[in-house]
Ligand binder design. Sequence first.
Ligand SMILES: C[S@@+](CC[C@H](N)C(=O)[O-])C[C@H]1O[C@@H](n2cnc3c(N)ncnc32)[C@H](O)[C@@H]1O
Length: 403
Amino acid sequence: MSLSELETIVAKANEALRTGHYEAVCDLCTFAIALNTKRLPNATIQNGSTSKKPQSPLEITRTQKLQQKLYLTRARARNSLGDGVGTRHDLDAFVACGGQESLVKLVETESLPVKISNADEVDSKLPSQSVAFEVKPTTATGKGVFATPRSTLQATYEARENAVKALAPRDLVKFLELTNAFDDVPLFTGIYRTNTLPDGLGFHASHFNHCCNPNARYSYHPDTGRLRVFALTHIPVGAEIFVMYIQGRNIYGSTRAVRQERFRTNFNFTCVCSVCKLEGDALMASDKRRTEAGLLYDGMMRHDPWRSGGLVIRDAIRAITLLREEGYHADVDDFATDAGGLCAMHSDWESALWWARLGYETRQAEFGTDHPHAKKVKIYVDDPRSYPQAGVFSSGKRFMQRV
Ligand SMILES: C[S@@+](CC[C@H](N)C(=O)[O-])C[C@H]1O[C@@H](n2cnc3c(N)ncnc32)[C@H](O)[C@@H]1O
C-alpha cells in the first residue's frame, strides 16, 4: 500500500473520530498500522528479509510520523470506547515510535465528548428485510454469496461512490474488507479493479462470484442509485448465487479460451465456474453452442429484411434454443427484440407483439419493471407499431414461427 493511501486512511480515521464513529476509527487504524509497520526501516517481511523497496529519508520520516498518528488516533478512539487496556497499549506504542510524552498526557486527561455513534442508524437503512442471501467462505473463490431460506427474487443493495477518497470512514472500512486480486498495483486501485464489475462496485454486490451460466444478474438502478440483484432462475436454499462479470455476447457467445483471456486481462483471475470446468466432449459442445450463438448475434441483422426476413426469425429461434440448451438464462432479449422489429417492419403486428412480449419478459426479470432497459421495450408491448421501423413494408408476410 502506498504512503498516500495510508495517509488517506489516517485522514478518514480522524474524520471518524470527530464524528464519534470510534469503531470505524479502530478498524481503519488497525488495518493501516499492520501495513505501515512493514514500511518502517527496521521492519522485516515474512521470509525474514528486510523491507523490499529502499525509502528516501523523507519517506522514512513520513512513515514514522504516520505510525505515531495511527497509534495516537486509535488510543483516543479506544479511550472513548472505554477500552483502558487498549488505550494504554496504543499510548506506549506511540511513545515507542517517537511520539511526544506531552500528547500522551493530553489523551490520559482528555475526556472526549461521548457521542452516540449513528452506526445503527446507518445499518438500519440497509434493506435487511429483502436480504435473500449471506456471504460465506467458498472452497475455490474466497468468499461467495449463498441463498438463504428468506429468499426473495429481488434483493436490493445500495450502490456506493466509487471514488475511495470520497467514502465515509465506515464505508472505507467496508471497502478495505473487499478482495484484492492485484498485487502489483496500489491497494486502493487493486480493490477497485477487483470489485468494480460492469455496473459498479457495491459493498454487498461485490461479494458475488462469477459464473458463465449465472443464476442471478445484478444491475445498477439509476433512479435509486442502487445495485440490485435479480434471480434468473429458481435458486434452492444453500446454493451459491452467481452473477456475471462479463456480459451479453461476450459471455454467452464466447468459448472458454476467449472468456478466460478476458478474466485474466480485466480481473486477474482464472474462472473456475461450472462451465469453465467442463472437459472433453461437454466442453466442446459448450464452446460450439456459444460460438454459434455469438455468430448468430453478429449476423442476424445482416439479412436483407425485405427478401430474407424469415432468416432473422430463424436465427433468433436458433440462438434462443442454443442459450437454453447451454443452461444460460439471460439475454434472450438480444434476439427477441430484433425479431419483433422485423415482424413490425412487415406490419405483422401479432408476431411483433409476441416477440416484444418475450423481450420485455426477459428484461423485466433481469432488471426489474422500473428499470430503463425494461421500460425501453415495454412500449413495443403496449403498441408494436412503436418499433422505429414499424410498417415500412406492407408485404403481407406473416412470421408464424415461435421459439
Ligand atoms: C468481486 S470479488 C468476489 C468475491 C470474492 N470471492 C470474495 O472473497 O470476497 C472477485 C474475486 O472473486 C474471485 N472469483 C469470483 N468468481 C470467480 C470464479 N468464477 N472463478 C474463480 N475466482 C472467482 C476472484 O478472486 C475475483 O478476483
